[in-house]
Design a protein around this ligand. Structure first.
Ligand SMILES: [Zn+2]
Length: 332
């Protein structure tokens, strides 16, 4: 894949499968003790317990979620052990980051925050759920319409074929012999041929309309990428990261082959221009101030290994333990 993106659930499942076997090596399952009461201790604990990549991703999501009021849901993050300069959003609130992009952005938490916030943006805008459901619905509609459109012709062809067969039989009876048989079969074959042609026409219509749909969806996806880029910029800057982080990500993406062209993603030069425009439209200082105000009113989020043991779960403001919650409400 060229750029970071949403991926179909099948692909993400594959990635998760890969990750299932890799996680124990990369991130020993963590069952943290009771959440530490202060930011300093919880972050120190995280640094001690988590591999560096996960520690960084936890800190990034903690800030982005709190600064942007996205801390009302749990987030999950995986580091995919494959050297792709890519990341994607899939499943429910899952952000997957490939080793390649972690490596290329080493030492640059602002750039990483932009990537993570971009993927979180795909989730908050429901790009995945809406996109896939809509695509399935539209393809079904195309097939239905194409069948309806050709149905009349098909029926006509059927009738003609029947008529031709009857004609052939009549010729056979009247003319008899080899000549009559041959004529009948020619007339019959003409009708059958028309049926084949009708079927071909349905296929052609479906193919043509599917291609048009794919073009429309690709255009929609490119718009969604611009939207996610906008969220990536706003949310990471609100979280206190450098606005240039997003531009540095684009510089890395610009080095990947074909990045100058529109694909499922807009061409990288267009994305760079759009981000530069965002920096003017939404001044970084204003965003940072807004985000800081929210962060200062909230507590650090806690974390756990997800139930399926394949990802790190950054908990919502409600924390990660139902037992703790019930005790808080009704006592021990
Ligand atoms: Zn994207």
């Amino acid at each position: 894949m060229l750029n970071w993106d949403r991926t179909l659930l099948t692909t993400s499942s594959l990635c998760l499968l890969l990750f299932t076997t890799m996680l124990p090596v990369r991130a020993k399952p963590v069952q943290p003790k009771k959440p530490a009461p202060t930011a300093t201790t919880i972050y120190q604990q995280a640094k001690k317990e988590l591999p560096e990549d996960f520690y960084t991703l936890y800190r990034v999501i903690d800030r982005v979620a709190r600064a942007n009021e996205l801390d009302n849901r749990p987030w999950r993050v995986v580091a995919v052990p494959k050297y792709d300069v890519n990341a994607y959003a899939s499943d429910v609130n899952l952000v997957a980051i490939y080793d390649g992009i972690l490596d290329q952005l080493a030492g640059d938490s602002s750039a990483l925050a932009c990537v993570v916030a971009h993927e979180m943006g795909h989730h908050t805008k429901r790009h995945i759920a809406v996109g896939e459901a809509k695509k399935t619905e539209l393809i079904a509609k195309i097939q239905e319409e194409a069948t309806k459109e050709v149905l009349g012709e098909r029926e006509a062809a059927n009738q003609e074929s029947t008529a031709a067969n009857v004609g052939g039989a009549v010729v056979n009876r009247v003319v008899g012999g080899t000549f009559g048989g041959l004529l009948g079969s020619v007339l019959g074959n003409q009708g059958a041929q028309r049926q084949v042609e009708s079927q071909q026409r349905i296929n052609e219509i479906v193919e043509k309309k599917k291609k048009e749909l794919e073009q429309r969806l690709a255009e929609q996806e490119r718009q969604q990428e611009f939207e996610a880029d906008e969220i990536g910029y706003i949310a990471s800057v609100k979280a206190g990261f450098e606005p240039e982080g997003c531009l540095r990500v684009m510089q890395v993406l610009a080095q990947t082959p074909g990045s100058e062209f529109d694909t499922t993603h807009p061409a990288v030069p267009k994305r760079i221009e759009a981000i530069k425009a965002l920096i003017i439209k939404y001044p970084p200082q204003t965003l940072a101030k807004e985000g800081e105000a929210r962060i200062s009113k909230t507590k650090p989020l806690t974390y756990n290994i997800s139930k399926d043991k394949t990802s790190l779960r950054i908990n919502s403001v409600r924390g990660g333990s139902q037992a703790d919650d019930i005790e808080r409400r009704f006592g021990k």
